[in-house]
Design a protein. Structure first.
Length: 75
């Protein structure tokens, strides 16, 4: 499960369809990774971070545990 990625997507009103389209995957593919039904390949995770969340730490976005976003944005 990727709860932090899901939360950040919600904050930016991003759907799995939007994110999936950007990396060439179907919305179901993204949903399965967020729900923990399958693992997120590092390459796809890097694409998602670069396109939608470049200022957020990778470790935060793709953690399997809920992390409160009390960090400073990267420059």
């Amino acid at each position: 499960m990727l709860p932090n990625l899901k939360a950040e997507m919600m904050r930016q009103n991003l759907t799995c369809k939007i994110v999936g389209a950007e990396i060439g995957k179907k919305s179901e593919w993204i949903e399965n990774r967020i729900q923990g039904k399958a693992t997120m390949p590092v390459g796809e995770a890097l694409k998602i971070r670069k396109k939608f969340f470049p200022k957020l730490p990778f470790e935060y976005l793709f953690s399997n545990e809920v992390i409160l976003p009390n960090f400073k944005e990267e420059n």
